[in-house]
Write a protein that binds this ligand. Structure first.
Ligand code: SAM
Ligand code: SF4
Length: 447
């Protein structure tokens, strides 16, 4: 009988994507997916170490897994796997510590045949087992060189490594060929992507000029254009972008490429320049606001979303109010608001975490209130209009749900014919929007 595995993910889209590669790797080596964590021979926990809340969940979960399934082998990977203090705390329960860049040598650690050889881009070249049949994360790189003072990623994932464009474009072409409708290009900082010029461009009609063809290097806007040119009916999304690397070329590429969705996720982190300086973000609030203006001018109908941290060490009420002002000025559609938590080994962990928990929560609530209003205002503009929606599933009420190109959640009420409805999952449909809510839209299928 085949040995079985189970994967539990606590984390972001990068962790989800990593888990698809882990699943592909294990299945290529004879493991089968178990339907229960309590019965699996191997449980992989892919962890996020970006916030304390995620870390705390891991401390609760790991002992529980071993208790309910004492014979299981636990592999811990992701952003916590190389931290010494975490290793000390969980050493009783974890059998294999595996920073994701060491995935290719997992077979040796498991004592099984390793088989396939490694490639230059390391674990990213491993064939993934995609979770969805219509939407896929395609990692274009791993790691980060930016060292924002609060962030553990450069320590946990190491320096930036990018995949060859050839390898990425082949993966995208393969997915589109299988009927995938949404390709999400991901990396910690997609817009610092660089690769040598791919051979791949000779196989597809490339109507765009590669920017740096003389230097034989392509950048992220070039990669977007090449992916855009792959024949097929599909959308391209990408995240995350760093404001300091958001070039005019990238904005133009999003505007020009018909398959690239009109959604820019651009983490601002704070609205006060002194806080931004201490975060080591390398831009000012004024620069950021100017960038958003440019993005909105050049990309018609674009939706702008962000990440922000409240309660960074030393953030005064006055400094927080600058973030409030920026939120009111920019009118983001959505923001992932995080309460600051000190991360082991980072520069800001040496600063005093001096904002009480309740005050961080209050600041989070203030920003969420603004967002709810600005998102609602933006959503109201959709009423009466038609929008193309990629259907992601059916909710408990029997309604279809999905997203527009501009990252808006849409619910579609359909009271009859379940079979036909099921067939629509993973398809693009045209929806007439007739209702706006705080963070979503409702509509009907256009006949
Ligand atoms: N590379 C992206 C960028 O430049 O914004 C995001 C990467 S990080 C994994 C995702 C988000 O987690 C960040 O944008 C930030 O808002 C949040 N975050 C990172 N470190 C944090 C910390 N120590 N406390 C609270 N939130 C944090
Ligand atoms: Fe972390 Fe900053 Fe790198 Fe984003 S850009 S992963 S926040 S260090």
């Amino acid at each position: 009988m085949k040995k079985t595995y189970y994967i539990t993910i606590i984390g972001c889209q990068m962790n989800k994507s990593d888990s698809e590669r882990i699943a592909g790797y294990l299945e290529e080596r004879g493991y089968a997916l178990s339907d229960s964590r309590d019965k699996a021979d191997l449980v992989v926990v892919t962890t996020c170490g970006v916030r304390q809340s995620a870390e705390d969940r891991v401390y609760g979960l790991i002992p529980k897994i071993k208790k309910t399934n004492p014979k299981v082998k636990i592999i811990l990977t992701g952003c916590l796997s190389s931290r010494k203090d975490v290793r000390g705390r969980l050493k009783k329960y974890v059998d294999i510590w595996m920073p994701i860049t060491e995935l290719e040598s997992l077979a040796d650690k498991l004592g099984i045949e390793n088989g396939k050889s490694s490639s230059l881009s390391g674990y990213l070249a491993i064939n993934p087992k995609y979770n969805s049949k219509f939407s896929a994360f395609v990692p274009i790189g791993n790691g980060c060189d930016n060292f924002c003072s609060y962030c553990v990623v450069p320590y946990a994932r190491g320096r930036e490594v990018y995949r060859d464009a050839d390898e990425i474009l082949k993966e995208v072409e393969g997915l589109v060929g299988k009927g995938y409708r949404e390709i999400i290009l991901i990396a910690q900082n997609v817009n610092s992507y660089q690769s040598k010029i791919p051979n791949f461009k000779f196989q597809i009609p490339n109507k765009f000029k590669i920017q740096n063809s003389k230097s034989k290097i392509i950048n992220f806007p070039d990669l977007l254009k090449l992916a855009n040119d792959i024949p097929g009916d599909f959308w391209i999304r990408f995240s995350t972008s760093h404001p300091k690397d958001m070039s005019d070329d990238l904005i133009s590429a999003v505007a020009e490429c018909e398959n690239v969705c009109e959604h820019i996720h651009l983490p601002v982190q704070a609205g006060d320049n002194e806080i931004l300086r201490r975060m080591n973000r390398k831009y000012t609030a004024e620069y950021y606001a100017g960038l958003i203006k440019k993005i909105r001018r050049k990309i018609e109908g674009v939706c702008v979303t962000t990440d922000v941290i409240v309660g960074f060490p030393g953030e005064t009420e006055e400094q927080f109010n600058k973030t409030v002002d920026l939120f009111k000025q920019i009118k983001f559609y959505l923001a992932y608001v995080s309460q600051y938590s000190p991360r082991y080994g980072t520069a800001s962990a040496k600063m005093e975490d001096d904002t009480p928990k309740e005050e961080k929560k209050r600041r989070e609530d203030v920003l969420m209130d603004i967002l709810r209003k600005t998102a609602f205002e933006e959503n109201k503009k959709y009423i009466g209009k038609n929008a193309e929606v990629l259907i992601e599933g059916i909710n408990r009420k029997g309604e279809l749900f999905g997203k527009t190109r501009t990252f808006k959640n849409v619910k579609i009420r359909i009271g009859h014919n379940k079979l036909r409805v099921t067939n629509l999952v993973g398809k693009f449909i045209n929806v007439q929007i007739n209702k706006a809510e705080g963070f979503g839209l409702e509509g009907e299928v256009v006949k």
